[in-house]
Ligand binder design. Structure first.
Ligand SMILES: CC[C@@H](C(=O)O)C(=O)SCCNC(=O)CCNC(=O)[C@H](O)C(C)(C)COP(=O)(O)OP(=O)(O)OC[C@H]1O[C@@H](n2cnc3c(N)ncnc32)[C@H](O)[C@@H]1OP(=O)(O)O
Ligand SMILES: [Co+2]
Length: 139
């Protein structure tokens, strides 16, 4: 296993509009993408570009949002997960499984349109970890 690029830091928030104002006015973000819904993942998403990565703002969507319990415990929101890229998702999944790491559910299509899976924070030094296949270059 070779550590790949940090793709994004997931930040849970009760309000994407309020978080956009924070990242723009307090942190000086200049490129903030249009928010969009991912109903299959139970979240509304907004990417904020940083010079070398992205912040992924996550607001709960629907009744069974995976971030609902996190926001109950952290009503102001907070850092939720780190996402690292890998060249091949199935190879990465097999390698983490071989190390005895708990994978949370099936591999699914993430916010960047490539396959992702999640690793249990209790097996990952307390950090909920998302593994994402690097998007292929457009020709
Ligand atoms: C936008 C799409 C996609 C992308 O492409 O980027 C995303 O990023 S979607 C992001 C949201 N989706 C997910 O998080 C899916 C995976 N998550 C889960 O399966 C669950 O949320 C969870 C991680 C298993 C937590 O389960 P939950 O039922 O919500 O809470 P518990 O209270 O049972 O948690 C168990 C245990 O883990 C601790 N915990 C929970 N969340 C985190 C976290 N984000 N970071 C660190 N630790 C976390 C929680 O505190 C519990 O610990 P104890 O209290 O000590 O038992
Ligand atoms: Co993410």
């Amino acid at each position: 296993m070779k550590l790949g690029p940090l793709n994004h830091v997931g930040v849970a928030t009760p309000s994407i509009p309020a978080s956009i104002a924070f990242w723009r006015d307090v942190m000086g973000a200049t490129t903030i993408h249009e928010p969009f819904d991912l109903p299959e993942q139970g979240v509304r998403v907004c990417f904020v570009d940083t010079p070398n990565s992205q912040i992924e703002l996550l607001e709960p969507l629907g009744e069974n949002s995976p971030i609902a319990k996190f926001l109950e415990k952290n009503p102001l929101g907070g850092q939720h997960h780190l996402c690292f890229e890998v060249p091949d998702i199935e190879t990465a999944r097999t390698e983490f499984e071989a190390q005895g790491k708990r994978i949370l559910g099936p591999t699914r299509i993430g916010a960047h349109g490539t396959p992702v899976f999640f690793l249990h924070p209790k097996d990952m030094g307390g950090v909920l970890t998302e593994i994402m296949e690097t998007p292929k270059e457009h020709p």
